[in-house]
Design a protein around this ligand. Structure first.
Ligand code: SAM
Length: 235
C-alpha cells in the first residue's frame, strides 16, 4: 500500500500535476527519503484520491503526475455525526477526533452543554489531528467539523443522546433506522436532568452504552464504532 499524503484541492492542476504542501514535502524527502519515480497516494480531504508518480523530490519541494484517481477511497457506507461536549483536556478530545476519523465518522460537532467546563477549542489543532488520522487510515474525506454548538440547537426527532441512566440500548436504537445517524455525548459531568428532558421532549431518544460509566471520549468512540460496524455489516 502506498504512503498517503494530504494536499488541498487547489494543489491538483487540471493537467494532472500535483505539488505537495511544504510540510508534506519535507516529510516525504527528509523522513521517508522518497525519490523521483516513487509512487504515493495523495488525498484532498474532500473524497478525491490520486496515485501519483513523483517527478521531483528535493529541498525545493515534491511534485508529480497523477497516474490513477479514485473517488471516496476508504469512505464508509453511512453518514454518522457524533457530537461530543468540549472536554477539560483537549488531548482527550484529540483522542476522540483521531479515533472518529479512523472509524469512519462523517461529521463531528463540539457540543456546548450546561456542564461543559471548558470553552477553549483549537480548531486548527483539531484539523491537524484529523488530517494525520486520515492519512494513517487511508481515507480520502475529512469529517465535516462543525463549530462549537449549544446542545438545544441539535435536538429533535431521530437524534440519539447517550445517557447512562436510561434503559434503551444503543444497538436497539440504531437497528431501527437506516440513513444518517447523529449521536450526542455529554461532558465529564454528564447531561443535566433538564437537558435529558429537553431531549425527550424534542423527540430525541436517550440511549445506553452498557452498564459501566464510560469516560466521555470513550463513550463517543464507542458510539462511532457501534454505528459504523453495524452499518458495514448490513445488520
Ligand atoms: N455522572 C455522569 C452521568 O451520569 O451522565 C457521567 C458522565 S460520562 C463521564 C460522560 C458522557 O459519556 C455522558 O454524558 C454520556 O453521554 C456518556 N456515557 C458514559 N457512559 C455511558 C453509558 N454507560 N451509557 C450511555 N452514555 C454514557
Amino acid at each position: 500500500m502506498d504512503r498517503f499524503f494530504f494536499a488541498p484541492p487547489e494543489a491538483f492542476s487540471p493537467t494532472g500535476h500535483v505539488v505537495l504542501p511544504p510540510d508534506e514535502a519535507k516529510h516525504a524527502v527528509k523522513v521517508l527519503r522518497l525519490r523521483p519515480g516513487a509512487t504515493i497516494t495523495v488525498v484532498d480531504g474532500q473524497g478525491y484520491a490520486a496515485r501519483v508518480q513523483i517527478e521531483q523530490a528535493d529541498r525545493q519541494g515534491v511534485h508529480g503526475h497523477v497516474t490513477s484517481e479514485h473517488k471516496n477511497l476508504g469512505e464508509p457506507v453511512h453518514e454518522l455525526t457524533v457530537g461530543l461536549a468540549l472536554l477539560k483536556q483537549q488531548k482527550r478530545y484529540n483522542l476522540f477526533l483521531e479515533k472518529a476519523v479512523e472509524l469512519g465518522v462523517t461529521g463531528i460537532i463540539p457540543l456546548l452543554t450546561e456542564r461543559t467546563e471548558s470553552r477553549n477549542w483549537r480548531e486548527d489543532r483539531a484539523r491537524q489531528v484529523m488530517t494525520a488520522a486520515l492519512k494513517q487510515c487511508n481515507r480520502s474525506r475529512l469529517p465535516d467539523l462543525h463549530p462549537p454548538t449549544p446542545l438545544h440547537q441539535l435536538l429533535g426527532p431521530g437524534i440519539l443522546v447517550a445517557d447512562p441512566n436510561t434503559d434503551t440500548a444503543l444497538m436497539t436504537a440504531i437497528h431501527q433506522g437506516e440513513g444518517p445517524v447523529r449521536i450526542l455525548v455529554g461532558p465529564e459531568g454528564g447531561f443535566t436532568e433538564d437537558e435529558c428532558r429537553l431531549a425527550i421532549d424534542s423527540g430525541a431518544e436517550l440511549v445506553r452504552l452498557g452498564s459501566r460509566r464510560l469516560r466521555a471520549e470513550t463513550a463517543a468512540i464507542c458510539c462511532a464504532a457501534a454505528v459504523v460496524l453495524a452499518g458495514e455489516s448490513g445488520t
